[in-house]
Structures are given as structure tokens and as C-alpha cells.
Design a protein around this ligand. Structure first.
Ligand code: C2O
Ligand code: CU
Ligand code: CU
Length: 429
């Protein structure tokens, strides 16, 4: 879908018909919408019924997305296809000399990994391992296609990258090492194009990049294998963690245009100004601790991990928590007065990375483990990587209409973690 926040058509009605034989929801990830339109676990669409979301598009130009957010079923439903890209456009943005022709030089890429069974059917085995580290597959799927090719007709293209995988983080680069320009993070343009040779995207995150297509031969967007540095512990979860994201994949093969094509003009030096929220404007400092279950037997007698100190073996166990509590619809972590600026300090008390997402707001990353965020994270975000045993501070204004009855969610965007407890709720009052 493409929405515009600057035209008369900025009021959107989106009618969703649920033709499945199970209940679902449809959440607008990244969109600044009222609680009752958010499509989280409270806006359940029963089988055969429909739900109409009505909201005014307040977002600036950005690559957002939508996906199922059904309690305990998000991982399985997204995996089977209930997710898509939503592009927001605006006037400032369409005046900039950026590639802007949908399907020609402006291409959304929905990145997912999938597992297929011997009959070629999608498999979602829901094993203990998948609950612990999130569901990963061994086949790369882009916009639902295996091994896609793009035939470029222009000298440069813009790729809108969405990591819509259940659990896998991608480290993206080009096969010939060519550099590219980052122009947008999760929620819109960065201040200046940033030249990069690789980019990490964890589940839920988006980035827009521009790459020159000139080449004497086809070249490929690839996912680089990331070798594990995790050595510290024993036990099943630790073994799984050592294996995560160590696989390489081809993502997209790009066939270059004819060699005599006119080279593209330089990108604008400045894309926009960002108002960086000063820390002293925050009136509340909130602590959010993400925790993984200590396994009942998962580390077991082999367990030498931190869980062993608690006498129950290694990490894992399928119980994921935030601030000591599994997701509980009856518990509201935060009631925030509309307009308040808060700093959230998110800690990860586990040996694996968790991508942390907050509904409704656009945040800015203050620091990660005391260091400034990466240059590629200096923009509006709604999802942030929190490294193993790490800590990230973000700042945001919690605005919009008050609704003390319907909460917004915050959670780990590894969908099996979200489904199994690593989620909490806040209301805007
Ligand atoms: Cu992308 Cu709570 O979701
Ligand atoms: Cu969301
Ligand atoms: Cu997680």
C-alpha cells in the first residue's frame, strides 16, 4: 500500500476481511495511530468478520509495514504470510531528487527466511529450539520469491529493505563490495546520505538504500555470514546461539542496465533536519529488562550458563519476560501522560540479541552500552537491537489521544519471543 500524509486523502479507511478459519489482527508497525486502530492484540478479527481501521496519516514519508499481532499466534501467522509493506509519502519527500518510481527504481524488498518440508510446503515446526531462539529457515525468500532477479533500467535504484523474518538478523552487502548510500531508517529520511558497505537489519527494522547499478556483469545483494563470537556458556541455548546467523544467503540478483546509460546525478547532500530530543527534556526514566527463561532442563545437567547459578540449568525454557513478568493482558507497565518525553533504558539479561520495538512512537537512540549509536542508526526508529547482556537508551515523545482502556505494546520483535511472553503494555492517558 502507498499512503500520503500530505494530500486531502490523508484520512485512511482500511477494511480488512478475515477469510481465514482462525482469528487474527492487523497491526500497522511504525504508524502513529490511536490505540483502538493499532491492530494489536486487542483488535481481534474473528473468522469471517471484518475490521475497518480509520486513521489520519501523521507519519512523515517512511517505509512501514503491517502484520498480524494475534496473541500467541503472531509468529505462525506472519510466517505463513500475514505481513506486507506500507509506504508513506509526503510532499517534502517527493520534491527531493531521490529514486521514486515504484517498481522501476524504487523497490520494496521484504526479507524473510523460511523452512520447507520435503513436499515443498512451508514448515513451522514450533520446536523447543524455535521458541528459544526464534524460528529460522534455511531458504531466503524476498517478496515471497526464492532467488529473485531485478532487471535495472536506471543508473541507480532505491531499495526499501524490511526485515520481516521471524527471528533472523541480516547483514546486507553487495557481492562485489560496492558501496551504497543509506537514506532512511525505520521511520524516515536521515539527515544526510551515509555511504556504507554493509548494513545490519534485525527483525522489524527497515532501511532505505540507494545503489548505483552500473556494472559490467550482474551483481548480487547478499546476506553475509556472521561468525559467532559467543563462547561463554554451555547448554542447549548456548549451542543454538553459537549457530545463529552464521549462514550466507543470496538476496537479490541485479542485472545492470546497458553500459552507456547516463550516470545518475549526485544525491542531495542534505535530506532533512532532525530535531534531536535533548535528554534533559525527558521527565521520566523507565527501566525495561528483557529476560529469557532459565530452562527447566534445557541447559540441564550440562548447564554451565548463568542459569546454573539459579540451580535450574542453562538458558531457554520458553518463558520469556519483561521486568520479570510474562505478557499479561491484565498488567499495564506504564501509564504515560500524552505529550510526555521519556527515556527508556532497555537491558538484555540474556546471551542473545533482542530487537526491541515500541508501538506508536518514533524514538531516537541515545546510546548502546554507553557508546553513541552507529551512524546508520541516527534517525527515527521504532525497533532497536539490544545486544547480549547489553543496554540501550532511547528517547521519545509519547503523544496522541488519550485512551486509558486500550494499551499499546512493546516487545521483542523475535516473534516467538513476543508470543511466549516477552511483551508488555502501556497506555497513553
Ligand atoms: Cu511489528 Cu508489535 O509489532
Ligand atoms: Cu508495531
Ligand atoms: Cu527476543
Amino acid at each position: 500500500s502507498t499512503l500520503s500524509s500530505s494530500s486531502a486523502a490523508s484520512d485512511v479507511y482500511k477494511r480488512q476481511k478475515n477469510d481465514l478459519n482462525e482469528a487474527t489482527t492487523l497491526h500497522w508497525h511504525g504508524m502513529d495511530v490511536p490505540a483502538e486502530e493499532d491492530g494489536g492484540p486487542y483488535q481481534v478479527i474473528a473468522p469471517g468478520h471484518d475490521w475497518t481501521a480509520h486513521y489520519t496519516v501523521k507519519n512523515e514519508a517512511a517505509t512501514c509495514w503491517y502484520h498480524s499481532h494475534m496473541m500467541h499466534q503472531t509468529g505462525r501467522q506472519v510466517y505463513h504470510g500475514l505481513a506486507g509493506v506500507l509506504i508513506v509519502d509526503d510532499e517534502h519527500h517527493s520534491d527531493l531528487p531521490l529514486p521514486h518510481d515504484y517498481g522501476i527504481d524504487d523497490i520494496p524488498l521484504i526479507l524473510q527466511d523460511r523452512l520447507f518440508d520435503s513436499d515443498g510446503q512451508l514448515a513451522y515446526p514450533d520446536r523447543m529450539d524455535d521458541r528459544m531462539v526464534g524460528m529460522r529457515g534455511d531458504v531466503m525468500v524476498v517478496n515471497g520469491v526464492i532467488s529473485p532477479t531485478f532487471i535495472a533500467s536506471t543508473g541507480r535504484i532505491r531499495l526499501r529493505l524490511l526485515n520481516a523474518a521471524n527471528a533472523r538478523a541480516f547483514t546486507l552487502a553487495f557481492s562485489d563490495g560496492r558501496r551504497f548510500e543509506l537514506i532512511a531508517t525505520d521511520l524516515g529520511l536521515v539527515e544526510k546520505p551515509l555511504s556504507l558497505d554493509k548494513l545490519v537489519l534485525s527483525p522489524g527494522e527497515r532501511a532505505e538504500i540507494v545503489v548505483n547499478t552500473q556494472s559490467s556483469q550482474p551483481f548480487t545483494l547478499v546476506n553475509l555470514p556472521v561468525s559467532s563470537t559467543y563462547q561463554a556458556h554451555f547448554g542447549l541455548l548456548s549451542d543454538l546461539i553459537r549457530d545463529l546467523d552464521t549462514q550466507a544467503f543470496d538476496v537479490l540478483t541485479i542485472i545492470p542496465p546497458e553500459e552507456n546509460i547516463t550516470p545518475p546525478p549526485a544525491l542531495p547532500a542534505q535530506l532533512r533536519d532532525i530535531h534531536w530530543l535533548p535528554e534533559q527534556d525527558a521527565s521520566y526514566h523507565r527501566l525495561i529488562a528483557m529476560q529469557m527463561g532459565e530452562g527447566q532442563g534445557n541447559g540441564g545437567k550440562r548447564g554451565g550458563g548463568p542459569g546454573a547459578r539459579r540451580e535450574r540449568g542453562g538458558w531457554g525454557g520458553g518463558k520469556h519476560r519483561i521486568n520479570g513478568r510474562m505478557m499479561d493482558k491484565n498488567f499495564i507497565e506504564a501509564s504515560i501522560v500524552s505529550g510526555t518525553i521519556e527515556i527508556w533504558e532497555i537491558t538484555n539479561d540474556s546471551p542473545m540479541m533482542h530487537p526491541f520495538h515500541i508501538h506508536k512512537v518514533q524514538f531516537q537512540i541515545l546510546d548502546r552500552d554507553g557508546e553513541p549509536p552507529g551512524e546508520d542508526e541516527r534517525g527515527y526508529k521504532d525497533t532497536v537491537r539490544v545486544p547480549p547482556f547489553g543496554r540501550v537508551r532511547v528517547i521519545a515523545r509519547f503523544g496522541g489521544e488519550s485512551n486509558p482502556h486500550i494499551p499499546f505494546m512493546f516487545h521483542c520483535h523475535i516473534l516467538e519471543h513476543e508470543d511466549h511472553g516477552m511483551m508488555g503494555q502501556f497506555v497513553i492517558v
